[in-house]
Design a binder for this molecule. Sequence first.
Ligand code: SAM
Length: 224
Amino acid sequence: MALYIVPTPIGNLTDITYRAVEVLSDCDIIYAEDTRISKKLLDHYSIVTRIESFHKYNEHRKLKSIIKKLELKNKIAIISDAGTPGISDPGFLIVRESVKNGFDVICLPGPTALIPAIIQSGFPTDRFVFEGFLPLRKGRKKRLESLANESRTIVLYESPHRILKSLKQFTEFFGGNRKISVVRELTKKFENQFRGSINDAIKFYEKNKPKGEFVICISFLKVD
Ligand code: SAM
């Protein structure tokens, strides 16, 4: 039996694949980051599969019992609150453990915030580096130093509370005239995008209070 990693919508409920609905309906147990959040999606698609919690505070503890269920030939699906499990969400540990124990891992293609963000940025997509959330304190400066001369497009996840502070800090490492793209609320009603220099992004978000979910792409190029 395989472990299925199933991406779920990042805002728009219709962004789920037919196959994802099929796998979630067919499997024996769905492990979800927040069962209340996922219940809404599952109800929307009339999926009645048993659901259990699997989040960053219990994932270590649950690994053994999930492996046991795979040994008993259960078909297991992992989902997170939004997007692809394992991408800045729980997923990696159970995938590693399943591989170690000889089970197939099948990750369905589907929603994730980083891919639309980088495609919409207009920056080169042939090579890019995904950094997820930067460390909040320890190791943050070192990480930014290591990215300062990166020639690939950099993709970062950021929270609305920290984005302005981060943009100001980025000027120290990338310079204020580096090209940046910031997408907000992808696939949702108030989706929008900022493109310009880091300095302009700071001015923009000083005027427009950051709200919602953000992905930042930083180009190697500077604004002329
Ligand atoms: N697993 C998810 C994925 O595949 O993209 C990421 C989960 S991570 C906990 C949440 C972060 O992803 C947010 O803080 C934001 O940076 C980004 N994100 C998720 N949904 C988004 C959306 N609709 N618009 C913009 N960014 C989003």
